[in-house]
Each structure stands twice: as C-alpha cells, then as structure tokens.
Write a protein that binds this ligand. Structure first.
Ligand code: ZN
Ligand code: ZN
Length: 898
C-alpha cells in the first residue's frame, strides 16, 4: 500500500482519523502548510507553515524553549516520572540483540519488544498496560550521517509509550493528551510551540493514522495508532489495536539544552573530555551557526556532502576552521556514538564478526579506529568504555555487570584489526581506479577493508551515501525457512506422548499413510527439532528411519513398506538410542552454561546437534579455545553432573517466562508458541527447550569434550560425548595412553642403556686402542673387534659389527687407530634404524693402495646403497641387512688380499 494514498484518504476525513479531544479542549486549529500542503494542528494563529518549513526550524539550537535543562539521563527521569504518575508501568529495556524475532538481528523500535511472530502473524504481548520503556534501538542504515548531521545515532533511546485500549489502557484521546502534557507541563514548553502533523503508518499488513509532534521544527515523537488491516478499499478494525508512540530521548535532551548537536548533551561529560584530550579549541558560536545550518537544510539536499558544503558556505567557515574544528569534532562524535552502540550490543551478547549482525559491530569498531588514525587521535578504548558506562549506568545499571567483558571483546577485536592493516595496505596499493559502491562492498566483504580506511588512506574522499544502507540490506534478512513438502490438510494435531508418560511401547491409530510416510493419532517418537535427532524404532514391523514435525503433526518415515490407514499399530521406540540422545541433550545445556561461566557473558548457543553417540555445541566466542579453557569447561560441566541436580521442566506463559528469566532462555532460538517449556538445572542453566532431558544430572555420568574447533568468525564448535559413550571414550583414551607411555618407557630405557654403554666405552677407550695396537701378528678378537695384523710394510685390518658400538664409537676408534698405525684400515658396520651403515678409515701408508673412499663404494654396493669419501675417511651403507657379513668379508679380502 502506498503511504501517500493512505494519508490523502485519512486527511480527507480528519474528524474520524485525526481529531482528538485535546484539539477541541485547547482549540487547536487544523492548517495546511503554505509550502508543502501537509496538514497540521496548532494553537498558534500566526503559523502558516508546517514544522519542516517554518522559519523557527531548529531555532532551539543556542536558544532552548524550556526553562529547565536536562541531559540524557535527567531527561529520561522526567519522562519516566511523568508517565508513572499517570498510571504507566515503567518497564526495563529489552536486549538490543533481538533474540525473540527470527527476522531481526537487533531491536529497531520499542514496539518490537512486545511483538512475537506466530506463523505468519505478528501478535502483541504486553507485560503491563499501559507502559513506557526506555528502549535502546540499533539502526545501521544511516551510519554515514552519524557525527555529521548532529542528530543521527547508530543507537538511540526510543521512549516507548504503549497501550492497548481496554479497561486498563487507552486510545488516541488520552495518548495525545499525555504527550502534549509531557511537553507543556513536565518540560515547560510553551503551548504555542507544540505542533502535531498528520501522518500515517503502514507495515506487516496493518496500518493506521499517526500524529507526529514537533517543537521548534524538531520532531520529538510520533504517536502511531495501529488500527486497521486489509487494503484501502476494504479494511476493518484490528482485534488488537495498539498505541505505538515512539519518541527520541536524545531529542528531548537536545531541545532543553539547545546545544549545537544532540551529541553534546547525550553523552554526558564524555565528548568534552575527548575534545580536551585532543586539544580541540571549540568555538561555541561557530558550532551553533554551522550545525543549525546543517540541521535546517539536511532534508533539502540528496547528498550529505552537499549539505556540508552549503553549511560551510553559509556559515562562512575558513578552511582552517573546517580542518581544525569541524572535522575533528565530527570524528569525536562518531567515536563516542559508535562506542556506545558497541557497549550495548556486546553487553547483550553480540560479537563483532563477519557474519549476520556481527558485521555491523565489526564495521563500527573499525570506523572508530580508522577515524582515530585519520585524525591522529590517541584515545584509550578502555577509558572510553569506562566513562560511557559510568554515565549510562544511571539509566541502565545492567551495563555494570558486563563492563570488563566489553573491554575484553573490544581489545581482541581492535588487535585483529591492527594485525590486518598490513594486508589491507597491500590490497589498497593494488587498486588502480576509484572504487564504485559495489567495489567498496566487495572490498569490505572479502578483504575487510572498510571505506573509512580508504578515506584515511585518501583513496576516496567521501563514503558514498548508499554504502551503509546497501551493506545493511545484505546482512539484514535471514534465510527463509524451507517449505513443507507434505500435504497434511485436515489432519488433527498429533498427541505427543513424549511430553507425558513417554512410553517406549505403545499402540496408535494410523490416520494417514502415503509414500513412505505415516501419521498416527499419537506418538512417542521424538521428531527432529532443536538440534535433537529423531527417534528410531519400529511401527508394526516397519523400521522408522526419520521423524519430522509439520506444524503440530508428526510424520514418521518408514523403510520397507507402510501400514494401512485406519490400522491400529504397535510401536516401539529404540530406547537405547533415545537414551543416548537425551543425555547428550542435557549435556548440551550444561556445556553451554559452563562455557559462558568460563569464557564470558558473550557466549550464547549458536547451534547444536545431538545424536545417539556424539553431539556438538556451537557457541559464540571470539577465539579458538585453549587447552586450559577446555579443561575448565569440562571440569565445571562434570561438577554439575556429579552434584546430581534435578532437571525440572515447567510450562510458562511466554511473557511470564521472559519477565522471570530474561531472554537468555532463547539459547536454542525463538519459540513460536504462547506457552513455553522451560528446562532448568537449578539456576545454573535455564532454557526454553522442547527436547528430551534426563531427570537428574548424574544420569549423564560423564561429559567428555573430544574436539573443539573455530568453525567461523565468532563461532567455536565443541564436539563431545556423554554417558556410556564418554566412559568408553575415556577407557579407550586411557588404554591408548598406557600403550603410548609403555612405548615411551621402552624407548627411554634403551636410550639410557646406550648412554651407560657409551660412558663405559669412553672409560675403556684408551685401553682398547692400546690392546689393538699391541696385538701380535695374526687374528685376535678384542671386545668383539676382529683384529688382523700382518707383517710390517703391509696393511693391517680391524673391523666390527657388534651392536654395542655406534657411529661415534667407530669414528673415535678409527681416528685413533690410523693415527697410531699408518698401515691400519678400520671398518665399522652398524645398524641405524632401518639402514645398515659402514664407516671406513685408512691410515696414510695403507691408503696408498687401499683408499677409504673406494672401499666404501664397494661395501655400499653390496649393502644395496651408495657411499664415498676421500682416501682417509669414507662412509656408506644400504638397506640390505642380510648382506652385512658379505660386506665385511669383502672389505677384509680387499685389504688383506686373501
Ligand atoms: Zn511543509
Ligand atoms: Zn535444549
């Protein structure tokens, strides 16, 4: 539906769609803007233009229209006390990571808190009626505006005023009356200054009129009356009408402070602190003039750089003023804004990464660093986190709990960026033309090169305005669920026995059978779901190979035939398999909480898989796990097993469960039903889960992590076994360990023995040499060394293949012998692992005829290898150990000529 069409239809009948009691009581006049023709309501008889086109637009900068000044924190206190005084419940903010909606990564509006998707329908669930909430919202579409326009934030606080018109809540009249009184009574704005502009809202199949309210051209809020469904020619009133008033808290503070930008009053003392650190001498008058121009003309140019150029020109700024004041101030605003968003996101469990919503967080951190680099600013990240939390905790005390975790994550992520800079430099140096928006996206997607970095490197002068919105779109939508293939129309819900007595043998009636599939009136077969694998077993004599859930109907897939429709069949669930799966499922819950306790608050279940004999849990974590972390996680998990804690299962109304336990219950993703099943292991782990679980933790016996792996940026996989499989695993592991250590022991002993022998040898070496040299003519054996002494003037020969001698011995002995007896030829043969080696020495006299090198060649040939050396020393060898004796005999005959 076209919003313009709705607006013209509604504005044609203002009595019905826009007129509220307040307008009568206070004598508001309905006017049409002289410039744009839009309709608005005012009590100022002199007003001729709508707030966008009036002369007073943004004139509150430097001249606030309220008597009192309220910063961000104080502004919320004012708003809160007003609505509470008027019968509203003040609800704590919901997480910025939108775990309860499958289609959103981050909470983008306060109304999202109370929306739950059921099938294709969005339903509202209010914890109180009426209520207000200071909801932090994250939006990444306008990142290039942040810091520049004075009013765009990557995260902001939406004051949500919500009501369902029933006996507790109210509808249009009271809503507009409250908003008017908030401005005029609580904030003291002159009644004449408040303007309501007619508008409409449309989305998710419903639509309604809305009244935007402005003061001095600043839009403070928009009261949306979600009222109809259908299309413009035929629509009816919704069963569930809702007041959805969203106002920007930052703007309330800005209006009362009248600072040059909204940033100046919303980050408390932080901005000033950084300006001081950077030594920037801000000139208030200059900033007021400049940012008023920016604010007034923002909507009139399509490109942000045009808005800037125009403001610079009409404020008459010099280049020096731009470079020394405007640019650094914009940079500091950006840094402060982005840090605040990271604080909320990380605190609520999101991690910077290259997938999904983590993308935007990584981008923002990199922008912070690039901006600091570009402007040569050296701010301490930890200090910035600390000062922000010190300020924010007045409104959001929960941030205190994750203060250190936030610093850890920012520290790790900054380090990664610094490390990747060298690579980025290389990539950038290869760019030979100005990159297009698509190039920029590709550069960021595949190489992590941010446009801010390119700006810092002067490759581009401005970031194209479409970059962030395109990138955001790319990573916004999650994949669509697979469509059901099976037609099950007209079948009743299957009665789920596994949530009741859970019999492993039962009789049931076949309601439908087709192809390989069977639908029963009731079943104990657990269907694949939540990462838990399906049960197996038999229906009659047919094997059940798969079980799946389609809506509330369970479909069994059989092998080798199917029973007839109408039959009563006897069914048996394979209880051993179910038992293994069940233990693994409860173990998944235990390991998940153990990991969070050991690693940090950012750990969430990313996904899980539970089979009979193995399972895995993927968790969100920034780095691969260390051995020490794995041990700690495993020890903590097993201590929970040993404590024998009861695993309790209770059903809660969804809203009650969320209020009672928070959104941590959605570890396995959202649960699209009104009543949720909460599985708790005391307060160690509490999750919404439809799976099967043990009754007491000690049934698990043991949890053993078998492997961990970083499977993607920000996700670590933990593979594990539990129960009997874990016991078997440990048994096998220990057996392997015993075997390995026995082998090691043997090796060490052998080594030690050799060492001893060597030592002995070294001691008897001189004696040995002496007795060989002193040997008489003929053949003798000294310590397993054969000595052949011939008549003087002819070669003598000495050899051994005793395995008590090694390479060092042969070298030592050979050297010594030829030194003492120049007629001596020595040959030592020994085994070295899978080879047989020979060392040959030939004395000066003997070598005239019998060169060591020649001998080594021949010996090696016999041993099936190769060798060589000089005339004095040579070595060689081969693989044929059986030829050892042949080799020695050959050398002997060569030397002695026999
Ligand atoms: Zn206008
Ligand atoms: Zn579970």
């Amino acid at each position: 539906m076209d919003k313009k069409e709705i607006l013209s239809k509604f504005s044609a009948d203002p009595e019905r769609y826009y007129k509220v009691k307040l307008f009568d009581d206070e004598r508001f006049e309905r006017k049409s803007c002289a410039t744009c023709k839009r309709f608005y309501w005012t009590i100022d008889e002199n007003r001729v233009n709508c707030p966008d086109h009036s002369d007073d637009t943004y004139s509150f900068i430097g001249n606030p229209p309220t008597a009192k000044r309220f910063d961000y924190t104080q502004a919320w206190k004012e708003v809160e006390s007003f609505f509470v005084k008027n019968g509203h419940t003040s609800v704590n903010r919901y997480p910025v990571v939108c775990r309860w909606r499958d289609d959103l990564y981050f909470t983008i509006a306060s109304i999202v808190d109370f929306q739950r998707v059921m099938g294709s329908k969005v339903v509202f669930e209010f914890p109180a009626n009426p209520l207000i909430v200071p909801q932090t919202c994250l939006r990444f579409k306008d990142l290039e505006n942040v810091g520049v326009t004075g009013r765009h934030f990557s995260s902001f606080c939406m004051i949500g005023q919500h009501s369902i018109p029933n006996s507790n809540g109210y509808w249009k009249d009271e809503c507009v009356d409250l908003d008017y009184r908030l401005l005029t009574e609580q904030f003291g704005v002159d009644k004449k200054e408040v303007v309501f502009v007619e508008d409409v809202w449309e989305g998710g199949g419903s639509f309604g009129s809305s009244l935007e309210f402005f003061v001095k051209g600043l839009e403070l809020g928009n009261a949306v009356f979600t009222e109809f469904q259908g299309d413009l020619s035929n629509y009816k009133t919704l069963d569930q009408q809702v007041i959805d008033m969203g106002a920007g808290l930052e703007r309330f503070a800005w209006l009362t402070m009248g600072t040059p930008t909204a940033y100046d009053c919303c980050f408390g003392p932080i901005t000033n602190n950084l300006l001081q650190q950077a030594g920037i001498d801000t000139n208030d008058e200059l900033l007021v003039t400049y940012f008023t121009k920016i604010a007034k003309h923002l909507e009139q140019f399509s490109d942000l750089s045009e808005v800037r150029k125009n403001a610079i020109k009409s404020a008459g700024l010099s280049d020096e003023q731009i470079n020394k004041i405007i640019i650094p101030v914009e940079g500091i605003y950006l840094i402060v804004d982005h840090i605040r968003t990271l604080i909320f996101a990380i605190s609520d469990g999101a991690l910077p990464s290259n997938v999904g919503g983590g993308y935007n967080l990584r981008m923002m951190l990199r922008r912070i660093i690039s901006t600091m680099d570009r402007l040569s600013l050296k701010f301490d990240m930890n200090e910035m986190v600390d000062t922000q939390i010190d300020y924010l905790k007045n409104t959001y005390p929960e941030l205190e709990k994750t203060r250190e975790d936030i610093k850890t994550i920012i520290g790790i992520e900054s380090g990664r960026y610094e490390n990747s800079k060298l690579r980025m430099e290389k990539i950038v140096s290869k760019l030979n033309q100005k990159p297009t928006v698509d190039d920029l996206i590709r550069l960021y997607e595949s190489d992590g090169v941010t446009p801010d970095y390119l700006k810092e490197m002067k490759v581009i002068s401005d970031i194209p305005s479409t970059f962030y919105s395109k990138l955001s779109e790319l990573h916004q939508s999650k994949k669509q669920k697979e469509q059901d293939q099976v037609s099950l129309e007209g079948l009743p819900e299957t009665e789920l026995l596994y949530y009741g007595d859970d019999p492993k043998e039962f009789d049931a009636k076949v309601l439908k059978s087709f192809d390989r599939y069977v639908v029963l009136n009731k079943t104990s077969f657990y269907a694949r779901g939540g990462g838990q694998e399906p049960d197996h077993g038999t229906i009659e004599n047919f094997e059940v190979v798969d079980v799946s859930k389609h809506g509330n109907i369970i479909v069994h897939e059989l092998k080798n035939g199917i029973p007839k429709e109408g039959d009563i069949v006897s069914c048996i669930v394979n209880s051993k398999r179910r038992d293994g799966i069940t233990k693994n499922h409860t173990s998944t819950h235990i390991l998940n909480s153990s990991s969070r306790n050991v690693l940090g608050s950012w750990v969430w279940q990313h996904s899980a898989f539970k089979e009979e004999d193995h399972a895995r849990l993927d968790i969100t974590h920034h780095s691969a796990l260390t051995d020490d972390e794995i041990t700690k996680i495993e020890d903590l998990a097993n201590s929970i097993v040993e404590k024998n804690i009861p695993v309790t299962i209770e059903n809660f109304d969804r809203g009650t469960a969320e209020q009672k336990y928070g959104f941590k219950i959605y570890q396995g993703g959202i649960v699209p039903v009104k009543s949720i099943r909460i599985v708790s292991i005391e307060d160690f782990d509490i999750e919404a889960c439809g799976g099967t679980h043990v009754k007491q933790t000690d049934e698990i016996e043991l949890i053993k992590i078998t492997r961990t792996k970083r499977i993607q940026d920000g996700v670590v996989r933990i593979e594990f076994v539990s129960g009997d499989t874990a016991l078997d695993y440990v048994k096998q592991y220990n057996a392997d360990l015993v075997k390995k250590s026995a082998e090691l022991k043997d090796k060490t002993e052998l080594k030690e023995k050799r060492q001893e022998q060597k030592q002995e040898l070294r001691e008897k070496f001189p004696l040995l040499v002496e007795s060989i040299i002193q040997s008489k003519i003929g053949s003798t054996i000294v310590d397993e060394i054969v000595v052949d002494i011939t008549e003087p003037g002819k070669p003598n020969f000495c050899c051994t293949d005793s395995d008590q001698y090694d390479e060092f011995f042969h070298i030592g002995l050979g050297e010594k012998l030829i030194e003492k007896d120049p007629w001596m030829v020595y040959c030592g043969v020994f085994e070295d692992r899978d080879k047989i080696r020979a060392i040959i020495y030939s004395g000066d006299q003997a070598a005239n005829d019998k060169k060591a090198g020649d001998i080594a060649k021949i010996v090696s040939e016999i041993l099936g290898g190769a060798g060589g050396g000089n005339q004095r020393f040579a070595q060689g060898g081969g693989k044929d150990k059986s030829k050892k004796n042949n080799a020695i005999e050959k050398v002997k005959s060569m030397v002695l000529g026999v």
